[in-house]
Design a binder for this molecule. Structure first.
Ligand SMILES: [Zn+2]
Length: 98
């Protein structure tokens, strides 16, 4: 079983990786996709992935193989680009206070 410190370290690494993807310009928004959806093309270390945000369901999906109900660095990168990452952070800290 993973220790909490491992999980936190892991997520910090993912955020760092995501910020690097954004800084390198590896995250490109694709316009003209289905209504209610935001589509991004994210070039990772090994491949280019399709990352989609479903505005109605408030749900992110990614075509990379390492996603298991936990957001991957590609999704975090798209969240940063769309400005939702900081919204999520704010929402989380608000929930913690309650
Ligand atoms: Zn991914």
């Amino acid at each position: 079983m993973a220790q909490l410190s491992d999980i936190i370290e892991n997520s910090q690494k993912k955020v760092l990786k995501a910020k690097t993807l954004v800084a390198k310009g590896n995250v490109i928004r694709i316009y003209g996709s289905a209504p209610g959806k935001e589509r991004y093309s994210v070039t990772g270390e090994n491949d280019t992935y399709d990352t989609v945000y479903d505005c109605r369901k408030n749900l992110w999906t990614c075509s990379c193989p390492n996603i298991k109900n936990i957001s991957c660095s590609h999704i975090i990168a798209c969240m940063i680009i769309s400005g939702r990452f900081f919204q999520e952070q704010t929402r989380k800290s608000e929930n913690e206070e309650q």
